[in-house]
Design a protein around this ligand. Sequence first.
Ligand code: ADP
Ligand code: MG
Ligand code: ZN
Length: 445
Amino acid sequence: MMTTTTTITQALKMHFGFDNFRSKIQEDVVKAVVKGDKDVFVCMPTGAGKSLCYQLPAVLAPGIALVISPLIALIQDQVDHLKSLNIPACSINSKLPAGERRLIFADLGSSSPKLKLLYITPEMVASPSFKPCLTDLCTRGLLSYLVVDEAHCVSQWGHDFRPDYLKLGKLRARMPGVPCLALTATAPKNVQEDIVLSLTLRTPLSFITPVFRSNLHYDVIFREMLPNPFVHLHAFIQQSLALDSGSKGQGCGIVYCRTRDSCESVAHQLTKLGVSAKPYHAGLKTGDRTESQNEWMQGKVLVIVATISFGMGVDKANVRFVAHWNLAKSLASYYQESGRAGRDGLPSSCRIYYSAKDKEQLNFLIRKEISRKQGKRGSLKETDKATITDFDAMVAYCVQEACRHTTISKFFGNKTPNCAGACDFCRNPKLVRAQLEKGSSLSTK
Ligand code: ADP
Ligand code: MG
Ligand code: ZN
C-alpha cells in the first residue's frame, strides 16, 4: 500500500498535533522512512525534531518499531510523551516492575500486538529474557523498523562511546529485511562512517543538516606575532560590535580562554582598554559567576571572558563575535563553541588567536591526560587516538592555506560550501600565506 503525502500530513496532525513539518529535511526523512525500501541515516542538530522522524512512520506502519536509546531517562521521557499522545509505546528495562513486564510480553506474544514503539537500552538487547521474544517477533514479521537513536554512541571516535552499542551490529544481522534508521546530532565524518559500518547500513539514504552558516566569518590570527595582543583583541571587539561607528547596536560577544587565570587577565585588560568585560569560570563563587552571566545576558556587560564551561544552554541571539584566546580541544568543539555567534542570522565573527606555544601546552595536557588514563588501564584505546586526531584537526585548521568553512564542512561530511569571502583565506589568501610564513620563521628561530 502506498502511503500518500496526504496520509502523512494527516497523521502528523492527528497523532502529534502539528500542522507542518519542522523543516523540509524532517519531511524528507519521514517520507523516506515511510517508504521503507532503504536504510536511513539522519544527522540533524539537537532540537531539530529527530524523534518524529521515526515515531510518525512507526505509527503508520503495521507492526512494532524497535527503538534503541542509550539512557533509561531519555527513554522514559519519550515513552511518557507518546503515551500522552495516545500512541502505544513502552520500554523494557531493568527497572520495570514484574507485573508490567508480564503485560508487555503478553502483548508482544499475541497474534496482533497493539504496541507501536518498543524502546530498549542496548544492554537489554542481548539479555536472555528479551532475546527469544525478539526472535519470535522477527520470525512472525512483526517488526516495522530498527531505530538507533544517538547512533554516535556506536563509534569509538565519538566522545560518547558505549561498548554496548557494538552489539547492535549483531542485532541488525538478526533482523534481515527490517529497515534500519540511525539518528544522531553530532557526527564528524569518521563517526558517520563508523555508524554505517557498525550497523551495516546498506547504501543508506543520508540526511545531513549542512553545518555551513554563511553569516559567520571565520579567521585565524597568530597571537605571538602581535605587538600587543590585547590591543588587537580590543580593536576586533570594537569592530565586531560596531562600537566606533557610534551605533549602540545591542550586540555582545564571548572570549573563550582555557584557564581561569587567562579569563581574569583578559577581562582585566579589556576593561582597562574601555570595554565592559567580565570573567566567568569555575574558580568564581557561584554568586559571582551567575552575576557575570546575568549581566551579559541583559546586555549590561558586553563581553564575557569564559572557560568552555560557559555556553551550555545559553541561547542568545545577538552574539556578534566568539573569539578563542586559546585553542579548542577539537575541531568539533570549536565548531560548537564558535557557533554560538550569529544565531540571529546577522553577520558575526569567529576568530582564533592561535599561538604555537599554546598549541604545545594543550598538546602536552592532552597527552598527559591520556597517559594518566593509560597508566590505569595499560593500553592506548581507540577513544584516546580519537582525542589526538580531533586535536590535530583543530591545529591543522589554524595553520592551513585553505577555506576555513570548507574545512569545517568536510570535517562533518558535508559538501564544499560557497564561502563567498566569509573566511580570511577566501577574502585574502595572500595575507593568510604571509602570516603562515612569518609564523614558521618565528618558530624556527
Ligand atoms: P532532537 O531529537 O532532534 O533533539 P526532538 O525529537 O526531541 O529533537 O524534538 C524537539 C522538539 O521539537 C520537541 O519538543 C518536538 O515536540 C518538537 N517538534 C518536532 N517536530 C515538530 C514539528 N513538525 N512541529 C513542531 N514541533 C515539532
Ligand atoms: Mg533526540
Ligand atoms: Zn572560505
